[in-house]
Design a binder for this molecule. Structure first.
Ligand code: ATP
Ligand code: MG
Length: 748
């Protein structure tokens, strides 16, 4: 009874209490969405601190995003006070950067190393492909980048890979060669790419027993949220830090996750880590949580129904005592514009009718490109909204240029960024000069910066080129001395002025350059914010924050009052009172790419499960009968995931073009049905598309007539029933794939 009055255990169910109180062996908390995994992890830390079982300095907690980390710190501070500050609560990447900054020397690196993002890394790989004289059409830098990333996630170094690549296999040889060069170049540039952050930390701890022992002595409590999305490198990192391979583990390890929410296989994550936890840690205690506190029963039942179609999973049934709630609402729109309008109209209506603000609404879609239509409708309505992700601010050219200067100031050896700004703005250092200096660097195995210092030794370089190089070196040296001890925003401003970058944009008449100036002003504002939040913050710290920021960190707080638009992947771990899951069409979601692979379909289904379970009170499912991709309208059948939700759970407020009168007419011959919508009908379609209730049955070889395309011959028929798709050759009108349920065709 004394226990239950404890504020840290207040309101928790018995399983949750057990998870908070457990001590003495590894702990695995497996549970479905919204069952309080993150809540329990947070309370567990607070409980261990308050009971004196842990000191803040002994806690290492890993979250999936920086934002989640920040929220966890705030929550724990609320519960136990500011003592919580000494904890390490961060993403895997941030924790590793922290370790690497301290221990860089042991790896032969300097602690001011740069972190290369995907774009930087691709640039460097492209250079490596060129230097290795490989055919970049056959061995595309992008695919090499993907494979190198995969190897790093599996802890395979360039050297390891060179040893195992088959001599007779040209593609393996090419990969080995590029990987080796890329690793060398990263090292010379004193840079790590994203995957290195984890892999190199694992190697560091493996290679230096004293360093590993240090961290093991420090971190006595290691906790990992979203464990189902860890990759092999992250798994090894946790094992090493927890001393799992020692006779006695050195830390109490707690991992929480849900195999049904594993959605990052494409980045090397493996559910194996959660599924086999009990084998890896035989003394582990496993606690299941089954009560969901987030959603209504209708929402949960819909989510349960969809995920139950995946094979090879442990069946678990989430339940809630919060009642059935409102039914899930389904909506079939004619087009993506109509779908977006439905979203906006619904938000408008709910805001009027219920106690909700814009910040309570989230709109999810499978891919970023789908946000366009929703944004257009939101702009027209004047509703406040925020698109999370998409073309990221930090990936814009002018922002990358400005940051490149800052990176070069912080780390002179940063090759990629130095070469990026060498002639930006133009200062007569041409491609040929760059190539000759690059060749010198390669020959001498020195950094590009060191080669610039010795430019006069570069064979073939004209003495005329030396002037601009020397002026550039003076410029960078000046900037570096300005930077000494100055706040980041001041450093940035002096870069923009002294380099002439801003002047060049101001002088331009290109309207795009005007918005570039605005974006740079925004970057200055970001730097000022950073200065306010971190009065003693250094340039290195600012750059690190920028490098490690991710889409999910831009999610607005609900109080800001903006409708949030994001991809399903970004929605992980979040919750909203009202959720719209849009684009539920086969080919959109599940994604076209996944349709032919059962493993990929299973992953898409988990993504659907994640999306459905974000909703607290009200869930809307929508699809568009036609959607424009690459400027072409495509007719996509309903998502198979819709078919997996029992009819009793979904209230179809609009069934698309098949309205009641149309349904009656549908018994008439298809041709007249198709016409009954009338030209220029609602939705702005010249030929309004009406589903044919009875699917016109055709076979290969049949002749058909189509309202718009004219006469054609059926080449192939696939699918059955509502999902029948016919490929028809319409001669000069081209070959079309038609969903027979909707196509205005008549068999001749
Ligand atoms: P996900 O799988 O989506 O990451 P989760 O399992 O981490 O979800 P939480 O986010 O921790 O779940 O909790 C979901 C919601 O339920 C939150 O709003 C949380 O505050 C609430 N919640 C958790 N446990 C309880 C409880 N015992 N009583 C009341 N509310 C709770
Ligand atoms: Mg969670």
């Amino acid at each position: 009874a004394a226990e239950s009055s404890d504020v840290l255990l207040e309101g928790l169910n018995p399983q949750q209490v057990a998870a908070v109180e457990h001590s003495g062996s590894p702990l695995l908390i497996v549970a479905g969405a919204g069952s309080g995994k993150t809540t329990v992890l947070t309370r567990r830390i607070a409980y261990a601190l308050r009971s004196g079982r842990a000191h803040p300095g002994q806690v290492l907690a890993i979250t999936f995003t920086n934002k989640a980390a920040k929220e966890m710190v705030e929550r724990i501070t609320e519960l136990v006070g500011p003592a919580a500050r000494g904890m390490w609560i961060s993403t895997f990447h941030s924790a590793c950067v922290r370790i690497l900054r301290r221990e860089a020397k042991a790896l032969g690196m300097k602690s001011n190393f740069t972190i290369y993002d995907a774009q930087d890394s691709l640039r460097l790989i492209t250079q490596c492909v060129r230097e290795a004289n490989l055919d970049s059409k056959k061995f595309t830098p992008r695919s090499l980048q993907h494979r190198i990333s995969g190897l790093k996630n599996d802890l395979v170094t360039a050297e390891d890979y060179a040893n195992r690549a088959q001599e007779s296999n040209p593609s393996e040889q090419a990969l080995a060669e590029v990987y080796r060069r890329y690793s060398d170049r990263l090292r010379l540039a004193n840079a790590f790419d994203f995957d290195d952050l984890i892999m190199e930390t694992v190697h560091l701890l493996g290679a230096f027993e004293d360093i590993a022992a240090n961290y093991r002595a420090r971190f006595k409590h290691i906790l990992v949220d979203e464990y189902q999305d860890t990759n092999p490198a992250q798994y090894q990192l946790i094992r090493t830090l927890a001393g799992a391979d020692l006779p006695e583990p050195t830390a109490e390890l707690t991992v929480v996750g849900d195999a049904d929410q594993s959605i990052y296989a494409f980045r090397g994550a493996t559910v194996r880590n959660i599924v086999e936890f009990e084998e890896d840690f035989p003394q582990a205690r496993v606690i299941l949580l089954e009560q969901n506190y987030r959603s209504t029963q209708n929402i949960l039942s819909a989510a349960n129904a969809v995920i139950s179609h995946n094979d090879d999973r442990k069946d678990k049934r989430l339940w809630t005592d919060s009642g059935a709630g409102e039914p899930v609402t389904g909506w079939v729109a004619e087009s993506e514009q109509a779908e977006a309008q439905f979203v906006v109209d619904t938000i408008d209506e709910l805001i009027d009718r219920e106690d909700l603000t814009y910040g309570d609404f989230a709109v999810f879609y499978r891919t970023n490109a789908q946000s366009r239509a929703v944004e257009d409708a939101l702009v027209r309505s004047g509703m406040p909204y925020k698109v999370v992700g998409g073309t990221r601010f930090y990936e814009r050219k002018e922002i990358k240029d400005a940051l490149a200067y800052l990176r070069v100031i912080a780390n002179p050896d940063d090759d990629v960024n130095l070469r990026r700004i060498l002639n930006v703005p133009k200062r007569s250092i041409g491609d040929r000069t760059e190539a000759l200096v690059g060749a010198l660097a390669e020959r001498e195995r020195i950094s590009f910066n060191a080669a610039l210092d010795r430019a006069e030794e570069a064979p073939g370089l004209s003495s005329r080129s030396l002037g601009p190089i020397s002026r550039f070196r003076t410029l960078v040296a000046d900037l570096r001395s300005t930077a000494e001890g100055a706040p980041v925003s001041r450093i940035l401003e002096s870069v923009l002025e002294q380099t002439g970058y801003l002047a060049e944009l101001h002088a331009s008449t290109d309207p795009q350059d005007e918005s570039r100036v605005d974006n740079l002003a925004e970057l200055v504002a970001v730097a000022e914010d950073f200065g306010r939040a971190n009065p003693n913050g250094t340039l290195d710290e600012f750059l690190e924050q920028v490098s490690l920021s991710s889409d999910a960190d831009q999610i607005p707080d609900p109080e800001v009052g903006e409708v949030t638009l994001m991809t399903l992947h970004t929605a992980k771990g979040l919750e909203f009172p009202v959720v719209f899951l849009t684009g539920l069409e086969d080919g959109t979601f599940p994604h076209q790419r996944s349709l032919s692979s059962s493993t990929e379909l299973a992953e898409e289904r988990r993504l659907a499960y994640v999306g459905l379970t974000r909703a607290r009170r009200k869930l809307y499912l929508s699809r568009a009968e036609t959607r424009h991709t690459w400027g072409q309208p495509s007719y996509n059948p309903p998502s198979r995931f819709l078919g997996e939700i029992p009819d009793s759970l979904v209230d179809w407020a609009n069934t698309g073009s098949l309205t009641a009168p149309a349904a009656e007419r549908a018994f008439a011959p298809a041709r007249s049905t198709a016409r009954s919508g009338g030209a220029g009908g609602a939705g702005g379609f010249p030929n309004r598309i009406r589903p044919n209730r009875e699917v016109v049955h055709v076979d290969a070889g049949d002749r058909v007539s189509h309202d718009s395309f004219g006469l054609g011959t059926v080449i192939e028929v696939s699918g059955a029933g509502d999902k029948t798709i016919a490929t028809v050759d319409f001669g000069s009108a081209g070959t079309k794939r038609l969903l027979m349920r909707y196509a205005p065709v008549e068999k001749l």
